[in-house]
Design a protein. Structure first.
Length: 300
């Protein structure tokens, strides 16, 4: 599984921490249920979100209105049949859920997971609250069957299914390449190094052959089992926990700059050190050590 720290590294500008965390928390909790627990699927999924959200800067459509946005009004194919629907049902969430029909469909899908999910047709802005914000991108990916295209490395068809065309395709491919390289242990711009290591033409251009090589490597990496259990499998810890897992946490926090006594007791000082680390790494600063915090501690 990709971590928030890896996604931040792949970005070309500093992402909004709240927007990124919404996406990653939903991916962690709900992604496995729709097959998004495979590296070769996560990379194109997150690459498309990187592009659609301006690298996690935006979580709703920036409204001009542009000529294209003005045409949202009255579009029956989007379900926009009432005055003001074009603006009311503009894109919400990291992958831009647009139109009355899509807001209605997302409500039905979300309520299969949690019957108390909001009515997004009645309250479109509720998409931009957790966990619904990050989950909206999973809904879109799942209901469009995009895993099938990811399985064969078909970024063009993924783009067409999300965008309706190939707008911003070059940037989407660049986002894919940067995320794939980071996921495979390279710097996000290390195209030449990847090409050299994999006996490709070393030209620094991430063309079809290079992307195919990255895809194959992501598939292999997702199917391999590490020799030791990854930190992502560590239990969720919070204040009051005790035992050897807390000792591991304290040791990692100390390696990241804290000065804790390794006493296997998740007390106040450990809690404060966790929050300080989460803030420094732009994670959700709640003092709870879940998968993203464990993984980021491991990277640190």
């Amino acid at each position: 599984m990709l971590t928030a720290a890896q996604v931040r590294r792949a970005c070309r500008r500093t992402p909004d921490a709240g927007n990124l965390n919404s996406v990653m928390m939903a991916l962690d909790q709900y992604g496995p249920g729709v097959g998004l627990d495979r590296l070769h699927r996560q990379v194109p999924y997150l690459a498309q979100i990187m592009h659609e959200s301006g690298e996690f800067k935006h979580d709703r459509e920036v409204w001009g209105p542009t000529p294209a946005q003005q045409r949202y009004e009255g579009r029956a194919d989007l379900g926009n049949t009432q005055p003001g629907d074009g603006y009311r049902f503009r894109g919400h969430g990291p992958i831009q859920c647009t139109g009355r029909y899509n807001h209605r469909d997302y409500t039905g899908w979300a309520r299969k997971i949690d019957p108390s999910a909001p009515d997004f047709e009645a309250e479109p802005e509720r998409i931009n609250t957790d966990p619904w914000e990050g989950l909206s991108a999973i809904w879109y990916w799942d209901t469009r069957g995009l895993n099938a295209y990811a399985d064969r490395g078909d970024n063009e068809m993924i783009t067409r299914r999300i965008n309706g065309g190939l707008n911003g395709y070059a940037d989407r491919l660049e986002c894919y390449t940067r995320l794939a390289l980071v996921a495979l242990g390279y710097a996000p711009d290390a195209v030449r190094a990847w090409q050299s290591d994999n006996r490709l033409t070393v030209d620094g251009v991430a063309g079809p052959a290079t992307r195919a090589s990255l895809h194959d490597a992501l598939v292999r990496a997702g199917n391999s089992e590490p020799a030791t259990p990854p930190l992502g499998r560590m239990p969720v810890l919070r204040r009051g926990a005790k035992g050897p897992d807390v000792a591991t946490l304290q040791t990692l926090l100390n390696a990241a700059g804290a000065s804790l006594k390794v006493d296997k007791d998740f007390g106040g000082q450990t809690h404060d050190a966790v929050i300080a680390f989460q803030r420094r790494e732009h994670l959700t600063a709640d003092g709870v050590v879940g998968r993203n915090t464990w993984a980021t501690l491991g990277a640190a």
